[in-house]
Design a protein around this ligand. Sequence first.
Ligand SMILES: *Cc1c(COP(=O)(O)O)cnc(C)c1O
Length: 483
Amino acid sequence: MLREKLLELEKSASLLEPDAESRSDARARVIEYSEDFLDNVASLKAYVVSDDKGLNLFNSPISEQGIDIDEAISLIKQNVDTPGLNPASGGHLAYIPGGGIYYAALGDYLADIFNRYAGVFYASPGAVRLENMLIRWMCDTVGYGPQSHGNLTTSGSLANMIAIVVARDGKNIKSADIPRSVIYLSKQTHHSIHKAINVAGLAECVVRHVALDDKYKMRADDLAAQIEADKAAGLNPFLVVASAGTTDVGAIDPLVEIGEIAAAHGLWYHIDAAYGGFFILTDEGRDKLRGLNLADSLIIDPHKGLFLPYGLGVVLVKNVGHLKRAFSFQASYMQDAFAAPDELSPAELSPELTKHFRGLRLWLPLKLHGLAPFRACLEEKLLLAKYFHAEVQKLGFESKIEPELSVVTYKYVPRNGDANEFNKKLLEAVVADGRIFISSTMLDGEFTLRFACLAFRTHLKTVDTLLEVLRSNVADACEKARM
Ligand SMILES: *Cc1c(COP(=O)(O)O)cnc(C)c1O
């Protein structure tokens, strides 16, 4: 009876192992679909405004019987890959773009087929060595020494979370210390830091906003003054967070000065280089990012600056002991696994145990392409920002701040009428056109347009298209207002 039942279940369960022909058929459809996308990506819209916003997915609920691959692809195409932002488009010039270089997808494919257990060295020494080698390369790149280490996370936000926990434990902040412990950041600090502070149980710390200069960079003199005042008042300043490329305007805080102040006063120094960090691979970036190596911890996002598909952030910590202190825990059922480590495992250095072997999606493109095209692509982005900054002013836009990296802020000041309203309408018109996707921010209460150039498919032609879309929309708007 039991044997019969088992054989019956085996038959049904073995549908989970499609044969070579079924695999080949499904794979061919997936490749056909993705190749069609890649062949046409240059002419696809960067943003698609839709009414249903993928709602039809709910008409095909999860059920006992499967559907065929064509039907599945058609559901994905209509509901997922069409409405909203197309991040694979070079026309994505909003927020902080990423990209999705092809060989990363092949890396993910292999990682998923082989399913190596990348959390623990004992289980997959090669997978752990591969990830550690990438971390070592990034540590070397930012100028960290041999005591440094890090972790490949799913995103910059998670990397910040790890760093803030490490800072908390590194400075030995216990519950009773929290109300008198002080964190310094700026109004331009990414909101994921605030999330991290909350998750790390530090929400009741004193949080000080350091004053900004006219380029939205942290003022080191104000930082020093606030720390001194807080110390004099009996508080416990323990953490300063600087940005190496703010999301809003692409500003780099004075990294060296902040590092000196942090060292002099014994603060943990964290740098958020999620957006700007990989510009260190260019000559101009290396110069501008001097001081990264002074940080006790920093984060950097390959799914931004190395153009990977979403799902890869990195935290680096100058002294690996701090990472271990926060995240190294043992379980008796894992006594064999941590017995004799040649390499530290991600499971000892992060909140994760079982994890995606996400290193392969970074290693494969870096190995197949080599670094040269990455450097070129990053330098191109810096120069495109300079080009846009110059050209948009020729169209009559105001763009006061010289771009430090690849973000340019600009706005049109109409002769009469409300400037905020004008720029808001202009943004809506550009988004509705769809060829280029841009975003906005509020700077000193003024609605400001942002040019954020980091998608690897963004080239001179893309920027010329944006300039043309802006020119014709401004002309239309002025015509309508008879200005
Ligand atoms: C994008 C970004 C983050 C958050 O990273 P995610 O990968 O989106 O989670 C943090 N800080 C800065 C400066 C960023 O630009």
